[in-house]
Design a protein around this ligand. Sequence first.
Ligand code: SF4
Length: 299
Amino acid sequence: MTVTIAKSAGFCFGVKRAVNLVYEEAEKSSPVYTMGPIIHNDNVVQDLEAKGVRIIDDDLICTADGRRPPAGATVVIRSHGISKAQYECLQASGYRLTDATCPFVQKIHTIVSIMSQKGYPVVIIGDPNHPEVIGIRGWVKGKCRVISNSEEARQLSFDRTEAVCVVSQTTYNYDKFQELVEIIETLGYHVMVTNTICSATRERQTEAMELASASDVMLVIGGVHSSNTQKLYNICQSRCGRTYFVSSLQDLETIRFEEGDRIGITAGASTPNTLIQEVSQHVRRAELRTDAQRKFQNY
Ligand code: SF4
């Protein structure tokens, strides 16, 4: 068996920056709250919790322990970003804000804010329920639609004499994004597209696609709620039939590896290196077991 780990697997710079910021805040100030889990990874969230970091709902109505953070508390905005209204609400509430919004996401906020103020309708290609998309939508001043499939693209009903501004969720699948943009163009809109899929995501998806094409088994590691890991899984699945979603070492127990398998490993943007290494070690141990069984049979 051979095991290849994608170079782009694991924390992207935006997530790494956000997680580091929370650890720094936890060291120096108390109490610290994050707007939603800082990362889709239970181990990291639990570790932060042990250091006193609490999670609050995005709408700030209640906290995990049923209380609104006290005035003066540190509130960390995660890499997904938040809407303009939430931002203003936080500022007005007297919290100490630490903004870990990824610069790639901030760029989208600026684009949709400027374009919508100029009067252009905005189309966001992405998952309407994803916090990043909800946040982006909250920076649009006028007409806005979120679309995630070709049917929704065909149903766009803005005035066709108007130009529309199109942006994407940062972790969206590039091919899908292109497909939806083409549909909007064929409807006759003048489309002003900004490809806002972040470079880290593009690299990760391209590498995963290439690795899956050259592998017999693909392991995609990440949290079950991580949308970028789910997209990676879909990409790998379309290239490699034996693709498995791995969120913990227990998930590996039901996977059967064959002698000679070429195993590829990739991971979502919120997957810590420690888990990637543990999975890879587990697979290599399976390799040793397979080797030992073969020698025993040949003996
Ligand atoms: S995936 Fe891209 S946009 Fe999202 S946090 Fe990471 S670097 Fe930023």
